[in-house]
Design a protein around this ligand. Structure first.
Ligand SMILES: *[C@@H]1O[C@H](CO)[C@@H](O)[C@H](O)[C@H]1NC(C)=O
Ligand SMILES: *[C@@H]1O[C@H](CO)[C@@H](O)[C@H](O)[C@H]1NC(C)=O
Ligand SMILES: *[C@@H]1O[C@H](CO)[C@@H](O)[C@H](O)[C@H]1NC(C)=O
Ligand SMILES: *[C@@H]1O[C@H](CO)[C@@H](O)[C@H](O)[C@H]1NC(C)=O
Ligand SMILES: *[C@@H]1O[C@H](CO)[C@@H](O)[C@H](O)[C@H]1NC(C)=O
Ligand SMILES: *[C@@H]1O[C@H](CO)[C@@H](O)[C@H](O)[C@H]1NC(C)=O
Ligand SMILES: *[C@@H]1O[C@H](CO)[C@@H](O)[C@H](O)[C@H]1NC(C)=O
Length: 325
């Protein structure tokens, strides 16, 4: 009873505050900056949009346009979210079918959005065009999602100039995207989340882990099905103090088990299934305090003492599966 009335009071107070804000009619809309509006309009003209998703992209209130968010103080566009909300995934097919897919050209008019922090073009069908190189000049970006958007060719190395980028997702299973070297990733000094699932990394050489090891904020690594090979072997010093999620499944390392993983106490999700590991599973997994998910399935020659491995703190963990022999 007491809780309910306090909640009521809080809502009433919020209502008064919001009322004051909204009642002043003009402040209902943040006026978007004229130059940002022009950039968006030009960008729109490059796109093919048969379903008329961007029908709201007209008039002066560009902060109200679908997928657009602005900075409340100056009306600068900070987010362009044009991910396809209605993709129909089809596991058998090599393409994504979408009802609301955009395609066409990605015009460099986006570059004029000087405050843009968030760009999401995922799940569209940009028929095998390359990822535009100019994206590497959008220094204010913190979030870039190009996953399963129909891009192909080489991922531009100058994305490494995006030193504010925290989230990068270029995952594209079955597409023709490839990366010849990961050295550029060193420039992404703010990176927290890296997803390159399904992109061909077979050319990057054996130091891919060393490159990621210098990124101090990295919390998620998604490198599933990338054609990685060679060792994931001993790392003399592991820097990954924030690492929570690592997915290296569906590669063919032919490597002894990476023992250093059990030194990363922040790990909560580890998928090393089907990636050609052999040797002993380190017992330390049972002591990782936050581990929720561990998959080591489909590695030919892993061994462990199951009785020892399942001691420790496992009881509270769920979703674990083993290739225990
Ligand atoms: C937005 O622009 C209109 C004129 O187009 C003006 O009357 C209004 O005060 C502006 N609002 C803000 C919040 O600047
Ligand atoms: C949307 O996807 C379908 C199926 O892949 C394709 O036939 C169609 O051309 C796409 N639409 C656009 C605008 O690209
Ligand atoms: C990128 O977009 C896809 C599809 O919309 C989504 O599933 C994924 O979580 C996004 N990635 C990030 C890092 O937010
Ligand atoms: C961005 O990266 C590329 C390739 O790594 C580099 O040549 C270029 O000088 C960098 N700076 C700018 C502003 O593009
Ligand atoms: C650990 O990270 C720092 C900077 O984040 C880097 O200078 C150092 O070389 C890294 N250590 C290893 C072994 O890569
Ligand atoms: C992992 O931790 C053990 C014991 O704490 C230590 O001996 C070993 O050097 C560490 N390994 C790495 C790769 O940091
Ligand atoms: C598995 O490992 C053992 C010893 O580590 C080795 O004798 C055996 O040949 C390996 N089997 C396969 C299929 O690699």
């Amino acid at each position: 009873m007491g809780k309910v009335s306090i909640l009521g009071l809080v809502l009433a107070v919020l209502g008064v505050l919001a009322g004051e804000f909204v009642c002043n009619g003009d402040t209902l809309y943040i006026n978007c900056s004229l130059s940002d509006r022009k950039s968006l309009t030009d960008f729109k003209h490059g796109l093919e949009d048969p379903e008329n998703r961007l029908s709201s992209w007209k008039g002066t209130h560009c902060c109200q346009w679908r997928g657009i968010s602005c900075d409340n103080t100056n009306g600068a566009v900070i987010s362009v979210d044009l991910h396809n909300p209605y993709p129909v995934s089809s596991a058998e097919s090599s393409t994504r079918y979408g009802y609301w897919n955009l395609s066409g050209e990605i015009r460099p008019s986006l570059l004029k959005l000087k405050s843009l922090q968030h760009l999401d073009l995922s799940l569209n069908t940009f028929n095998n065009i390359p990822i535009p190189t100019f994206l590497g000049s959008m220094r204010s970006l913190r979030y870039l999602n190009l996953s399963e958007a129909g891009f192909s060719g080489a991922v531009p190395l100058n994305l490494g100039n995006l030193s504010s980028l925290e989230f990068l997702d270029v995952s594209s299973p079955f597409s023709g995207l490839a990366v010849s070297s990961l050295e550029w990733v060193r420039g992404l000094v703010s990176l927290k989340h890296l997803a390159i699932n399904g992109v061909d990394l077979s050319m990057v050489g054996s130091n891919w882990l060393g490159v990621l090891n210098v990124l101090p904020h990295l919390a998620e690594i998604h490198l599933s099905g990338c054609g990685l090979s060679g060792s994931v072997l001993s790392h003399s010093s592991v820097n990954f103090t924030s690492l929570s999620v690592i997915d290296l499944s569906l590669n063919h390392f032919d490597s002894i088990f990476p023992d250093w993983l059990v030194n990363i106490s922040s790990l909560s999700y580890v998928d090393l299934s089907n990636c050609g590991l052999y040797g002993r599973i380190p017992l330390g997994f049972s002591e990782l305090p936050s581990l929720q998910y561990l998959s080591l399935a489909m590695n030919d020659n892993l061994s462990a003492s199951c009785s020892q491995l399942f001691q420790g703190s496992w009881k509270k963990n769920r979703g674990s599966q083993f290739g225990c022999k």
